[in-house]
Design a protein around this ligand. Sequence first.
Ligand code: GLP
Length: 247
Amino acid sequence: MKIYCEKDYEAMSRRVAGILAAQVTLKPDCVLGLATGSSPAGAYKELVRRYQEGELDFSGVTSVNLDEYKGLSGENDQSYRYFMDSNLFDHVNIDKSRTFVPDGLEPDSEKACADYNAIIRREGPVDLQLLGLGNNGHIGFNEPSAVFEKETHCVDLTASTIEANKRFFEKEEDVPRQAYTMGIGNIMQAKKILLIVSGEGKADIVARAFCGSVTPEVPASILQFHDDVTLVGDEAALSKLMAEMEK
Ligand code: GLP
């Protein structure tokens, strides 16, 4: 695993944007696996800046996002489709019809997941998969569980995830209780993984994910088995991992 420990959120975002930009430049028709959340938002801003300065061309890029809340439409400002449009897609020359997010408005979970698996199979493999990390070790919305789910599935969000994500909603009752997410198998099939973590609150879970045992109770721990993982974090988020690795 390659680790970049950056001074702060801005430096981390520049590093992540640089890795994504290199991917797009070296392979203009690449497939990017994209993520939402506060961790990647700064990197998307930096990519938009680079695009506006004429450094990047997204016209050949395809994207598949990790997850979406069940029940939210793309017009809802808390949906992940809305997040992607407003943070990245609306500001660069990506072909919107080549950007994929699970359909939050499909009420039939089996259909929503089967449709998304078909999209991943058709468009894949993902060249570079960007991931954030939940406080409980989730990646995408793969919550701690007894097994690693392979493909896109519908999850019941845990109390800790609802608690962590309520900051984006007016009130806690507004946070959807379910989501559609790529499975761990889908994620592991990406050629390269780029995990980003920021803030002291993630320090414990980052150390557990990479120095603890591989278990579905810490979904991100599976990344120990992927042979091309890059971890980019700020000093606060990586502090405990670095200390463990020095032991
Ligand atoms: C959400 C998303 C994840 C994301 C995680 C961490 O629950 N489903 O894909 O990685 O939160 O988000 P943040 O980067 O805001 O801490």
